[in-house]
Design a protein around this ligand. Sequence first.
Ligand SMILES: Nc1ncnc2c1ncn2[C@@H]1O[C@H](COP(=O)(O)OP(=O)(O)OP(=O)(O)O)[C@@H](O)[C@H]1O
Ligand SMILES: [Mg+2]
Length: 226
Amino acid sequence: MPVITMSSPKGGAGKTTSLAVLATQLARNAPVAIIDADKNQPIVTWSKAPGFPANIEVISDITDANFYDRLDDVARRTPFVLIDPEGTANVISSLAISAADLVIIPLQASQLDADQAQRALVQVTNQERAARRRIATRILFTRTSTAIQTRTLRHLKVELADAGVATFETQLVEREAFKAMFSFGGTLELLDSRQVSSPDKAVANARAFAAEVVQVLKDLEHERAA
Ligand SMILES: Nc1ncnc2c1ncn2[C@@H]1O[C@H](COP(=O)(O)OP(=O)(O)OP(=O)(O)O)[C@@H](O)[C@H]1O
Ligand SMILES: [Mg+2]
């Protein structure tokens, strides 16, 4: 425990990449399990390349029928469980939301993507009503530009704040290093500047994101205890 689910019915929103970045940073301090619930098995493939952290366990072959059994088993013995559903709303993506302590919705800064994020939020609301509990949810802006805050991004932030939707302060910037983790295998820390530009900046970005996730989880824990 806790369980973190990446969610967005939009294909290519950045779920798998953000999850991998988060998992490798969390794994620097504690064992992590990833449930690869995407039938294309991107995390399974990445985990087979050299340099994959020994304390990240990858669980695959997830079905509607075995989802809770596999999750309960791994959550009992692992400090962090991260779930990567596929890019269309389906039964498993709903189950993954219903089981989450924190849902992260990656969002690229375009109005079209924001409409998709709205669908992701509706999916969370439906699971909240079914489970009769609040499910903490945060939007993560991904693939943002290092140099500028675009007008669309500023506009979306205001829109989300007005709608009472929480966003991470940290954004995952568009960086070659985040793609390179998958092509070279292993972690960001293993990339060097001959393979990809500014791996150190990607590492700093990844650490800021993971630190914020840990803080959000702590805050939620305190809220629950209060
Ligand atoms: N921060 C980033 N910097 C650079 N490239 C990124 C970043 N985030 C995602 N990408 C790229 O965007 C594409 C889609 O990302 P990813 O596979 O993580 O999305 P996804 O939501 O998991 O997709 P699917 O719905 O198909 O599972 C990939 O090519 C990935 O390398
Ligand atoms: Mg994916």
